[in-house]
Design a binder for this molecule. Structure first.
Ligand SMILES: C[S@@+](CC[C@H](N)C(=O)[O-])C[C@H]1O[C@@H](n2cnc3c(N)ncnc32)[C@H](O)[C@@H]1O
Length: 381
């Protein structure tokens, strides 16, 4: 059926890839909701908005994100009363299937706000519908998963993450965007996605590049556009094709919250199919599932050691400060910092002071709790 999940386009995505995508989105939703409903925030309402929702299930019956979200809500006493949802897809076959499945969910009538399922073609005016569902300052998680780039725009994502507590996850087909940048017929769509000026720059820069550099440049440009001059955190996760080299899709997370960033980083780190010296790859790579050593040629942890020593030379910072400042925009996770600092400490290249003890801890004993102070020697030492 043209335009539904059994359509031609869907075969661009493999089953495993879809499963990883669903996993990342639903795990983030669970963690995000916990914070929004938790003692610190106590949001009276939270919203989940899926602008390209599909039928909610794959052909083999595997539940997809809409169902994961609703089933989670049905199992949670508090969330049942506070979650509002909007599922949209311009394909009526998809929405009819979703309606059918949703109405069959056990306990669905116990949701205080029944899911709203709509059939708009995504364009600039969709945010009016979204605002109608959100009704005011409701923290909202957006999931934006079109097949191509139609309807996907920088202004849409900007509008989505504008308010407090609003995050956006979007998934796009890298090959189509890559090809679209060379295709004058879709110029308008590319301009909407990157912003006109940036799209022009990109077209120009790409002329000289090989495929690998091309990809890095495109992802970097999207990241730059979304980060809004550093006001927002952007985290990309790459899906590789079965050969392991070419990229098929990118999943990109955008948030203003350092907490949200840290949570998503942890989730994506766990979903990575490979790691190098304990540093996650932030990619799902079918080739490394089969052959984990294939890509193990750089040594990112050694690099982290050098980065920390030069960046913080002569300074004294707590572990938390180091981690918070340094990990943004880099692939490193907390345990990577602990490992490197522990090594530097054991080699006597830094001094670590635990405030609880008010004395230097014996070499090799520091656990690097958040408040431990680290002194880096000046550069010429
Ligand atoms: C990749 S599928 C979504 C899959 C879904 N997120 C999931 O995980 O199960 C993309 C969906 O977007 C819908 N779609 C594509 N372009 C659209 C547009 N401009 N407006 C609204 N829906 C659109 C298609 O009908 C299709 O069902």
């Amino acid at each position: 059926v043209e335009g539904s999940l059994v359509g031609r386009d869907f075969f661009d995505e493999t089953t495993e890839q879809s499963a990883v995508k669903t996993d990342i989105v639903s795990k983030y939703f669970f963690a995000w909701v916990k914070i929004m409903l938790g003692p610190k925030v106590q949001a009276p309402r939270v919203a989940y908005v899926d602008l390209f929702c599909g039928p909610g299930k794959y052909n083999d019956g595997t539940p997809s994100t809409p169902l994961m979200v609703l089933e989670h809500a049905l199992g949670d006493n508090v969330l049942r009363g506070r979650l509002v949802t909007l599922f949209n897809d311009h394909d009526q076959v998809a929405t009819a299937a979703l309606r059918d499945t949703v109405s069959g969910l056990v306990g669905i009538e116990s949701l205080a706000h029944s899911p709203r399922i709509t059939e708009y073609a995504i364009g600039a005016d969709i945010m009016k519908v979204v605002e109608d569902v959100r009704r005011g300052n409701t923290p909202t998680l957006f999931f934006v998963d079109p097949w191509g780039y139609k309807g996907l725009s920088l202004s849409l994502i900007n509008a989505a993450v504008r308010d407090w507590g609003c995050d956006c996850i979007f998934f796009f087909n890298y090959n189509r965007i890559n090809a679209g940048l060379n295709n004058d017929k879709v110029r308008e769509h590319m301009d909407a996605l990157f912003g006109k000026e940036r799209a022009d720059e990109l077209r120009h820069e790409l002329q000289e590049l090989d495929p690998k550099e091309r990809e890095l440049t495109i992802v970097e440009k999207i990241t730059e556009a979304l980060s809004a001059n550093g006001l927002r955190y952007v985290l990309p996760f790459t899906f590789k094709k079965s050969g392991g080299v070419q990229t098929s899709h990118q999943l990109i997370f955008v948030t203003k919250s350092p907490v949200g960033y840290k949570i998503m980083k942890g989730i994506m780190a766990k979903e990575s199919t490979d790691e190098n010296q304990g540093v996650p790859s932030f990619q799902y790579n079918p080739a490394t599932v089969r052959q984990p050593l294939l890509f193990n040629f750089v040594r990112p942890l050694d690099e982290l050691e050098g980065l920390l020593c030069s960046e913080y030379a002569g300074q004294e910072l707590t572990f938390d400060e180091i981690f918070r400042r340094h990990s943004i925009g880099r692939p490193y996770v907390e345990k990577n910092y602990r490992e490197v600092l522990r090594k530097l400490e054991a080699q006597g290249r830094i001094v670590a002071v635990s405030p609880a003890e008010r004395r230097p801890v014996r070499k090799g004993e520091v656990t690097f709790a958040g408040e431990v102070k680290v002194k880096f020697p000046a550069k010429d030492n």
